[in-house]
Design a protein around this ligand. Structure first.
Ligand SMILES: [Zn+2]
Length: 353
């Protein structure tokens, strides 16, 4: 890194000045790009194809993400144990931070922030003290590596138990770095330990979280009503990173979304391999961004299903012109649908296509 380069503004300084965009969704996109296996969902791409991960980071930054999130989602001891590769745990965590820094340092001008990342362990169970201790130890080692690798902030995400989120926050706060904690709200409408999202966020804020909110599981339509309640419940910064899928009141999360237009999906379950027809389009992402921002949500992004064009829509909706806006759509010169005088007889063609 260039030692003469000015330090970037920190997370809280940026949030005080306006919205911050944080693109996530590495697991889904790298699976679609065939660098990661669905099912176990361990981010081995960090070690096996770092160039592919760096390229995706680069695309998201170019589209407007202010944060490069180190891909350590599910890079915890429990997952590595599941695939019998615990010895890769520390290299994976350290390399993920280094790859994120490498991409951040490529940016001219103020560089994006680099975030360390903790996530749902799938080990936590309410009232189980030994599981809680195990989870805390997993978080401590990850947060420690992120701190040693110079993370600018720490994100704890996709917690579907309030209790686990509180453990993650306590561990993250011990590093002294700014903290973001986002919850994944199950279809039942409360976290699995029975706490509402707004109560959990209120508690996390009282515990000292700098940013609280929601990520994953829910699409824009079923995230927005909960966000409004969270905004009411807390005083500080609120985060929203839904999945860009068309979830509904009847099917509030992407785990249960049906696809009535398709009958060849094995066992009919569209999650996670057949969700494409249920994706939002960029205009829906734009509408979500506007509504969430008007609600007072200042930390915005997308989770599983995110792609650069969605992040660019988000950035442009917030009044930004990221480098990727160089190729923002301009349909005025489309051969059939354009209205620019340079386009020959578009009306005659358009009606017959
Ligand atoms: Zn997600």
């Amino acid at each position: 890194m260039d030692e003469h380069r000015a330090e970037p503004r920190g997370l809280l300084e940026r949030l005080d000045e306006g919205p911050v965009i944080c693109a996530e969704g590495f697991l889904f996109e790298l699976e679609r790009r065939c660098y990661l296996q669905a099912g176990t969902f361990v981010p081995e791409v960090v070690l096996e194809h770092p160039e592919a991960l760096a390229q995706f980071h680069r695309e998201l930054v170019r589209a407007g993400s202010d944060v490069v999130v180190a891909f350590t989602y599910y890079g915890h001891r429990e997952k590595l144990r599941l695939i019998g590769k615990e010895e890769l745990l520390e290299p994976l965590n350290r390399d993920a931070l280094r790859i994120a820094h490498g991409v951040a340092d490529e940016v001219e001008g103020e560089r994006p922030l680099v975030a360390g990342n903790l996530a749902n362990s799938n080990r936590y169970a309410p009232g189980d003290a030994s599981a809680a201790a195990e989870v805390r130890a997993m978080f401590e080692e990850q947060a420690g590596w992120a701190l040693e690798e110079d993370a600018d902030l720490l994100i704890g995400e996709t917690f579907y138990h309030a209790g686990e989120a509180r453990i993650a926050l306590e561990v993250m706060r011990a590093t002294g770095l700014p903290t973001v904690v986002t919850l994944a709200l199950p279809a039942q409408g409360t976290l699995l330990d029975g706490v509402t999202a707004e109560d959990a966020c209120r508690q996390l804020e009282a515990d000292g979280a700098d940013v609280v909110g929601l990520n994953c599981f829910r699409g824009p339509a079923t995230t927005l009503p909960v966000l409004a309640r969270i905004r009411e419940a807390v005083d500080g910064h609120v985060a929203a990173l839904p999945v860009p899928y068309r979830t509904t009141e009847q099917h509030p999360t992407f785990f249960g979304l049906p696809d009535p237009g398709c009958d060849v999906v094995p066992d009919g379950r569209t999650f996670p391999l057949a969700l494409e027809p249920l994706l939002c389009n960029r205009f829906e992402v734009e509408a979500f961004t506007r509504e969430a921002h008007e609600l007072g949500v200042g930390y915005l992004g997308l989770c599983c299903g995110a792609a650069p064009h969605f992040i660019r829509s988000m950035a442009e909706t917030l009044g930004r012109t990221p480098p990727a806006s160089r190729y923002a759509p301009d349909m005025s010169r489309h051969f059939a649908f354009g209205d620019d005088p340079s386009v020959d007889r578009p009306a005659e063609v358009a009606g017959r296509l």
